[in-house]
Write a protein that binds this ligand. Structure first.
Ligand code: ATP
Length: 913
């Protein structure tokens, strides 16, 4: 089946060769056989780093190498126990680093699989979306504008199909596709107008193809070098932290060098000082930082997935936390996208339609749709024919005359909900497309497009060809010359036009989405291009309700509290948009905050920029206008999130700071242009993602604060001691141990801390803000100094009161460890102290601190470890001093914050009255 010149065969021969029914697709059993025979429809990409190399990578840090060398020397010099312990600590450290890095890599991998492409396929007569990797040769795939072609196909249906093949041919101009066979077998690939190739993009039209090659057998697979790979992008914060890491290494090396030099100058043994200095460098350099940042990002991303937001580009996680404006489509994102026709205007009457959801059961009050003379009947007929959706019952397509009385509706639609609503309305009158199509046959189509705001089809009956058109009323009415009434076709007067537009406004004001229906008989020999949409006969208006999502209303309130401006952008009518915006709370009270596409066209970019901050609703706009809106907002220094679904939305989505694509209704092209995909197409999900984005940034700040203040404490202890001529307060092995028990597990646990309660009550963070801003640097320096001085004070106290160096060092050693284990709880919040944060809210942190405490107690109380770590058991009074100095600052700061925050709450309550 493989190496055939499919382009020279008639398409019926191609489907025959693949033993597939073009209207039903393959059967599942056959699909499984073919999956085994041909394999997955995937291009082979390079494998990730082998875990062994990730592990070995942990040792390539320069200071760790120096320490390894020093350890080997000390082993050779006879300090075997020391050497083995240092080795063991380094290995445990490497294991921790490995776990962090491996987890980061794995989470990034799983991210990629979440964003894997999907395809619409026909199998066993049922249309469904499946992962593109599961396609096999012979599958019938359905494609429309915005889809990326998932494998090599031979077109078997092509309605105005245009494909952009630059990924393969380098030619960026779209080419037309058709189904007829070509004569020349040697036609070059770029000219094979009946073939579609994997990786190319449908930019216009609608069609279907039979798959002729999958995976590495496709043209794209053959030119494997051209595969577009997903880049592992570093976020701006990761880049800045890398830079910071380099500075910290430099500073640590200088300080450690000073410690060694001063120590030696004061008469300490060189070897002992050198080992302590190198250990201090290993402890002071926050080598875990990049990995913890990646883990925090990756875990945050997984949390977002649980809330239905799929991040495609990691930097978006950070940008989300800075978002100041969220521009959202209306239909489906702010509303449920489950439409029901409620009112029909036809022949000067407003007809009410009853019924629920997609169940084709309901009545018409004010007109008789069963009477063929009644224009209402014609309106429903056109609505059913100018339609590509299908009605389903329990997932099975329905095309007949039976009705359901089932309480829990098993009815659904496949395709565009707007069209689904029209099908349901027609079916309520017993009008079914499939029945009508026994008499008329569809011979042409100009698909719906958000820019044109209309769709047309051409049907051929026994005697004539007719164009059936539907679309936005203002657009359609402009194209109408006549009107269908019960007396026949009459010319529309200006007064009638105004009456029709008033009927439109009346429906729109009730938040109904209105579509106009029109038709025309085509003249003999008349061409089937856009001109069929001229001189139309107006048949009616259909008004459908699309209820707002309850969660969207709540999310909009959250946005306001969080200092984020919600903006609605819609192709719908101004009045419909206004009614929905009022209901959701996007517009409050007045209608000044609305701008239409027509108004926007009248003003310059500069003018738009001036007004953009006052506009909350854009109505009757085209996707091109969205790009202007994004640009104007960005000029105003806003950080913009923008949603999109159609292929024409892709430029605006790409231009936005956070481009968001719809998971269900979004096209491949928009998804690829986006930074984030909403699995449930819901506005509330964007707000949830912003919350997580802020949370992730908070967590990164939390452990940076923790790691740096602790490291500063360690360095200061050693540096100040050598400076004032004290003996070494901690030995090399003890310093490494401190690093292990405090930097490892507790820091990792902070990285996955929960989201702070008040996170959505704060204004957004400025995008260029330093990670140390808002007082973080001050907090780090003050606390680091407190830890350093506290440890030294306990050391000196131990020297004088404890009586020997062993006890003094053990006391200093424990003070350093417990100061950090207390401090980790302070780092949970920047505004609240340990008595307010909920000490047990993060089980990982509780487990990490408990483990670290037990580890510390064991090196003090287990005799074999005492020998290795040069410690002595401590007495109760000594513990009193240690815990007092270590925990005192956290308790005092906690109490102070408790009083201060209670005071703030009181003033805000009083102020609010
Ligand atoms: P949003 O951007 O909020 O999703 P929307 O879905 O209303 O808005 P479009 O899909 O671009 O925007 O539709 C614009 C207008 O085109 C609609 O208001 C409607 O009048 C008309 N329209 C929508 N769907 C169809 C369709 N399938 N056939 C014909 N006209 C349509």
């Amino acid at each position: 089946m493989r190496q055939q010149a499919w382009h020279v065969l008639p398409w019926l021969d191609v489907v025959k060769a693949f033993e597939v029914h073009p209207g039903k697709g393959l059967g599942l059993k056959e699909v499984n056989h073919r999956l085994i025979e041909f394999g997955k429809n995937r291009l082979e990409t390079k494998k990730g780093t082998h875990p062994v190399f990730v592990f070995l990578g942990q040792f390539k840090d320069f200071m760790v190498l120096v320490l390894l060398a020093a350890t080997i020397v000390s082993g050779l010099l006879g300090e075997i126990a020391d050497a083995i312990t240092i080795m063991a600590i380094l290995i445990v450290n490497a294991v921790l680093g490995f776990i962090q890095e491996y987890r980061a890599e794995k989470s990034i991998d799983s991210l990629k699989s979440l964003t894997a492409p999907e395809a619409r396929v026909l199998r066993d007569g049922i249309e469904s979306r499946i992962p593109a990797a599961d396609l096999v040769p012979g599958d019938i795939v359905l494609l429309e504008a915005g889809d990326r072609i998932p494998a090599d196909i031979r077109w078997i249906q092509a309605v105005n199909i245009e494909v952009e093949e630059s990924a393969l041919t380098g030619e960026s101009h779209p080419v037309n596709k058709m189904v007829s066979a070509l004569a020349d077998e040697l036609t070059p690939m770029a000219d094979r107008s009946n073939m579609g190739y994997m990786g190319t993009v449908v930019v216009n039209g609608r069609g279907a193809g039979v798959i002729v090659a999958t995976g590495m057998d496709t043209e794209m697979g053959i030119i494997a070098g051209m595969i577009q790979s997903v880049e592992d992008e570093e976020t701006p914060l990761q880049k800045r932290l890398d830079q910071l890491g380099k500075y910290l290494v430099l500073i640590s090396l200088i300080v450690c060098g000073l410690v060694v030099a001063t120590g030696v100058w004061r008469g300490e043994g060189f070897y002992k000082m050198f080992l302590a200095g190198v250990s201090l460098a290993v402890a002071a350099i926050p080598e875990g930082l990049p990995a913890i940042v990646t883990v925090a990002l990756a875990i945050g991303v997984q949390r977002m997935v649980k809330r239905k937001a799929i991040v495609r580009k990691l930097p978006a996680v950070e940008t989300l936390g800075c978002a100041t404006v969220i521009c959202s489509d209306k239909t489906g994102t702010l509303t449920q996208n489950e439409m029901t026709v409620r009112q029909i205007y036809s022949d000067r009457r407003m007809i009410a339609v009853t019924g629920q959801g997609y169940d084709p059961k309901g009545e018409f009050h004010g007109g008789d749709p069963m009477k063929t003379k009644d224009p209402l009947n014609e309106a429903l007929k056109v609505a059913a024919l100018c339609n590509n959706s299908t009605l389903t019952k329990k997932g099975v397509q329905v095309a007949g005359l039976f009705r359901s009385s089932n309480k829990e509706s098993p009815w659904g639609i496949e395709g565009d909900p707007t069209e689904g609503a029209l099908l349901v309305a027609a079916a309520k009158a017993g009008i079914w497309r499939e029945t009508l199509e026994r008499k008329e046959e569809r011979i042409g189509e100009i698909p719906f497009d958000s820019d044109r705001k209309r769709m047309s089809v051409v049907y051929k009956g026994k005697h004539e060809r007719k164009a059936y058109v539907k679309g936005a009323p203002d657009v359609i009415l402009r194209l109408c010359k006549n009107e269908l009434t019960s007396e026949g076709i009459v010319e529309i007067s200006d007064i009638r036009r105004r009456t029709i537009m008033r009927a439109n406004d009346e429906m729109a004001r009730k938040a109904l989405r209105v579509l106009a229906i029109a038709e025309r008989s085509l003249r003999e020999g008349e061409k089937q291009d856009e001109r069929i949409e001229e001189n139309l006969v107006f048949v009616g208006l259909m008004g459908m309700i699309d209820p707002p999502r309850a969660s969207a209303g709540k999310a909009i309130q959250v946005c306001r509290r969080a200092g984020i401006k919600p903006v609605m952008i819609t192709g719908d009518h101004r009045l419909t948009a206004e009614a929905v915006a009022q209901e959701l709370g996007i517009l409050r009270g007045n209608s000044h905050g609305i701008m239409t596409g027509a108004e926007m066209e009248q003003i310059s970019d500069e003018e738009l920029e001036k007004r953009v901050m006052n506009i909350s609703v854009y109505a009757r706009v085209t996707p091109k206008d969205k790009l202007r809106i994004v640009r104007a907002l960005k000029k105003k220094k806003q950080v913009v999130a923008m949603t999109g679904d159609g292929v024409n939305d892709a430029p605006a989505v790409k231009e936005a700071d956070i481009g968001i694509a719809m998971g269900k209704t979004g096209t491949d092209v928009t998804k690829e242009a986006s930074a984030m995909v909403l699995a449930d197409d819901n506005f509330a999900t964007i707000v949830a993602a912003v919350e997580e984005g802020r949370g992730i940034y908070d967590n990164i700040r939390k452990f940076i604060r923790y790691l740096l203040s602790c490291n500063l404490g360690e360095v200061l202890t050693m540096f100040l001691a050598t400076l004032v001529g004290l003996p070494l307060p901690l030995l090399a092995i003890q310093i490494l141990w401190v690093n292990l028990v405090t930097d490892g597990l507790p820091a990792m646990a902070l990285g996955v801390d929960g989201v702070d309660k008040d996170i959505m009550s704060r204004p957004p963070r400025a995008p260029g803000e330093s990670i140390f801003s808002r007082g973080l640097a001050r907090k780090i320096v003050i606390r680091g100094t407190m830890i350093g001085l506290g440890t030294l004070i306990v050391f000196v106290t131990g020297m004088f009161l404890g009586g020997n160096m062993l006890t003094a060092r053990t006391m200093a050693f424990s003070t350093l460890v417990f100061s950090q284990l207390f401090h980790v709880f302070d780092c949970k919040s920047e505004s609240r102290g340990i008595f307010e944060v909920g000490l047990f809210s993060n089980p990982y942190l509780v487990a990490a601190v408990t483990t670290s405490t037990l580890m510390q107690l064991s090196v003090i109380y287990l005799p074999p470890l005492q020998a290795i770590f040069k410690t002595a058991p401590l007495q109760l009074w000594q513990w009193g001093i240690i815990l007092g100095v270590a925990g005192g600052p956290s308790i005092l700061i906690g109490l102070w914050r408790l009083v201060k925050n209670a005071g703030n709450r009181r003033t805000s309550v009083v102020g609010g009255k």
